[in-house]
Design a protein around this ligand. Sequence first.
Ligand code: DP6
Length: 359
Amino acid sequence: MTELDFIPKLDNDFLKNGRVSYQSPSNIALVKYWGKYGEQLPENASISFTLSNCHTKTTLEFEEKSGTEFEFEVYLDGHREVGFEPKIHSFFERVVSYLPFLRKYRFIIKTTNSFPHSSGIASSASGMSALALCLLEMERMMSKGPMTDQYFAQKASFLARLGSGSAARSIQGPLVVWGQHPEIATATNLYGVPFTASVHTNFANYQDAILLVDKGEKQVSSTVGHNLMHGHPYARQRFATANNNLTKLMAILKSGDLESFIEVVESEALQLHAMMMSSMPYFILMKPNTLEIINRIWAYRKETKSKLCFTLDAGANVHVLYPHSEKDTVNAFIQNDLVQYCKNGEYILDEAGLGAVKL
Ligand code: DP6
């Protein structure tokens, strides 16, 4: 597939108006995407668990209009959010050649997140994938022939990627790879693909508790952070290591070796933050409580032989990952020991899921 495969052939019989809704989840990367080039293309392959409970629901209302400007309004929880509009505007500009009907409609985009807006959980993956799915559903309604489910999933991910890189991994589940990789024939920089190699039952319904350490706006956005990988002294080494870690993880996912899983996943999280600390300008997104939680996790693992581990996004929150078999014990550990490090004692229990659904 190339970009050209995503330029549609539409019927002239355009829709007058209508609405379409999708629910799309967030995801948590095990091997991280940090560094991009060209138009939202990743410098290395990444893999993530698609989540279940953290999701965005978006309804797109559309009505035919004249003129060639993009026209849309965005509502979050029923309130107009002009703050989101520049990001959506640049998304429309990026995708208009693949969705040529965008200029013909006035859109109302109504969106809600299952997680609190101020939680510090990135809503760009779930939000951009939900919007991409709604727009592609419109295209499906106007398409000449039928669209296969595979093409739909690939193009939805392709469009979502142009909104936010990690959103490419939110369409399907439970494990999605984005970025070309020598050992995964179907993997591509253009869109995310489900990880279809064999996966041990140890990883079925993997648990992810998101501990909300800092709920404020990030001081440095992901986009700025990605850009700082250009000319970063360790960039080449980092991209090679990430691809290597994905190779290691493939064997681990097959064998069910949880000790090695922990090693790769925690090392990936710390490397991501090490890249931030060693860019110019440098920055630190972890907070004291991020480190407290990491240390408590390490101590608990030593004491109990539990197989829980942590990972981090581009922020201070900690994702605690653990097998479904440890759900009750680790949930109790979080409630008894880790909750004190969470802002207002807040955390979200989630688990790996199957991706977006049409509403
Ligand atoms: C640290 O997808 O938010 O979460 O493409 O600029 O929108 P943009 O960046 P974004 O970057 C996320 C990076 C990460 C790691 C990951 O999810 O792989």
